[in-house]
Write a protein that binds this ligand. Sequence first.
Ligand SMILES: *[C@@H]1O[C@H](CO)[C@@H](O)[C@H](O)[C@H]1NC(C)=O
Ligand SMILES: [Fe+2]
Length: 349
Amino acid sequence: MAQLLVVDLAPFLADRASPAALAECAKAARGLATHSAVCVADARVAAASNDAFLDLLEAYFAQSDAAKRADARPAVAFQVGATPPHTELPRCARDAECAALAAALPPPHRPAAFAAADPKWRFFHRIGARPPSTAFAGLHAAAVVPAAFPTWVEEMDAWGLLMHGAVLVLSEMIAIGLGLPADTFTTLTKDGPHLLAPTGSDLEEYGSLGTVLAGFHTDLNFLTIHGKSRFPGLNIWNRDGEKMLASVPDGCLLVQAGRQLEYLTGGHIAAGYHEVVVVESTLEAIKRQRERKRPLWRISSTLFFHVASDNELYPISKFATPENIERFPRILAGTQVQKELGFLNLSTE
Ligand SMILES: *[C@@H]1O[C@H](CO)[C@@H](O)[C@H](O)[C@H]1NC(C)=O
Ligand SMILES: [Fe+2]
């Protein structure tokens, strides 16, 4: 697989009508259509901000199990607060279509086993404004503040708003790159249930080669954006079913397409499959972190960017061909999310 394309936000932020800006917009649309992922360079996001966030989450996940379990909210499908390990099932575990797709990949590109629930912890924290009214209150529950972290909301918002800002600009650029009005996606995602969604995987316990930290799946939201992790291990697949270990260059944010973007583009941009597995370079990072006496929690600094729950998903504009309309029947984004949460063993509804 070729390297991921790097989309620089700077020309667009300086002058969105400039030829350089338009070239970056075209690249964003092309990169997502080809690889379901792009690297994004946003000079507004300092490496120190990612570091501060990773330090905070290492401290959070290093707490006792009991302290973290107090932050779990199963009644709202874990959509705020902590998700304990062995709760979330990789989507493929319950989706025959996905399992068949995985089985059809040639062995070097086949994903690791995905039948068991993931051993990772996660913490969900909503970012951005709440909708003035919504039929999906459970997707917009009040923030959970861990007892030992009095400034949690401010610190989580600091990183979350940086990711939100980057992905918002990218959404305009993708729309332009696809030949759509610039505000197409920013209108649909306004007041969406965007979630800062760091995962924490305990590599003391789950650090042996080949251990699956998050089994093969696509994300259910519109776009997913991450800063660089201190431990490699994220494998991503392109449209042709080729697997590659995501290596995020310094100064880049990794962005992946989710199912809502696939829906809106009638599959022109497909949601990107990925998994997190302990690989050789994870072991090297474990050794390095051990020598530095750093915690062995693998943190992801992920934000899930969503279409607003009360908006409908359907193939828009030029993507509304008869075949696409049949393949992607209209559905409220909130209903789509609730259905997917059932697949993931997060919701019993
Ligand atoms: C589903 O999640 C529950 C916790 O909510 C957990 O006890 C159970 O083991 C999970 N199911 C599977 C099949 O992993
Ligand atoms: Fe994911």
